[in-house]
Ligand binder design. Structure first.
Ligand code: APR
Length: 241
């Protein structure tokens, strides 16, 4: 399988990696779904935009615990570093990620499309100014905008919110132009993100998928399924490139 996958990669003209929470599990960040999934412990309503705007304190308590206290110390793992290495050596052009943990950038990936935004900035729902998370104190919740005292919200996409336009455009451009997608660690259950690899497939792209178990993509669009942990499968694949 690795040889076949390596063959596809070396014959491809433009390769995009598409990642989900599974790539960060080995950095200590639990996935959202599955038995240990975050949505089994926390009610996803806390990450719904209308709930957040009506119950900012309750929502921020969960957001702080999950996305800042807990994720805060996470470091990139081998899988992130392999993708960064692949970009550096010109094997892949872009990483489109659904993750908001910034671990692709911290591992050295440069061309990263954050389809669901980022936890590294907070945006004011009143004046729309963005503030780096390190400049905002999360001791007092909900955090307020230093400029206008408006409510601050993480700059990532809540349920019920639209995808940032620049991310959407860049992602769908890659779905148009790439002839190979490497999907890593995602159930493919969330739209519109999951339509990106599907569109690529419809445009004739080949699909390599890395996951510890099959996903909604595996049956429908995956050409080569590397079943296993992202760190192991990507490191093994790199040996053949
Ligand atoms: N290596 C590879 N894959 C893994 C690993 C691992 N070590 N551990 C878990 N996985 C896989 C799981 O099998 C699952 O398919 O990662 C996937 C995680 O799925 P989800 O938790 O649904 O994460 P994701 O697909 O990224 O969710 C998409 O949903 O809640 C929203 O906005 C949130 O971006 C997120 C979106």
């Amino acid at each position: 399988m690795y040889e076949e996958a390596a063959e596809l990669i070396s014959n491809a003209k433009r390769v995009t990696a598409f990642t989900g929470a599974g790539i960060s599990v080995e950095s200590g960040i639990p996935a959202f779904r599955g038995e240990e999934g975050l949505w089994n412990k926390y009610d996803p309503i806390m990450a719904d935009i209308s709930f957040f705007l009506n119950n900012p304190l309750e929502s921020w308590k969960m957001i702080k615990e999950v996305f800042y206290d807990f994720f805060g110390e996470a470091e990139p793992n081998t899988a992130h570093y392999v993708l960064a290495e692949m970009e550096l050596s010109g094997i892949i052009k872009t990483v489109i990620t659904q993750n908001v943990d910034n671990l692709h950038q911290e591992s050295g990936s440069k061309n990263v499309v954050e389809f669901h935004g980022t936890s590294q900035k907070l945006i004011c729902v009143n004046c729309y100014k963005k503030h780096k998370i390190e400049n905002i104190d999360l001791i007092i919740l909900p955090p307020k905008c230093p400029d206008c005292c408006g409510l601050l919200k993480p700059d990532f996409v809540f349920f019920g919110e639209g995808i940032p336009e620049h991310a959407r455009n860049k992602a769908f451009l890659e779905a148009d132009k790439s002839d190979l997608f490497i999907i890593v660690g995602t159930t493919g259950e969330v739209t519109p993100a999951s339509s990106i690899p599907q569109l690529a497939k419809r445009n004739g792209a080949k699909i390599i998928e890395v996951n510890i178990e099959s996903s909604t993509f595996t049956r429908d669009i995956t050409d080569i399924f590397l079943k296993g942990k992202a760190t192991v499968e990507l490191e093994n694949l790199m040996e053949y490139l």
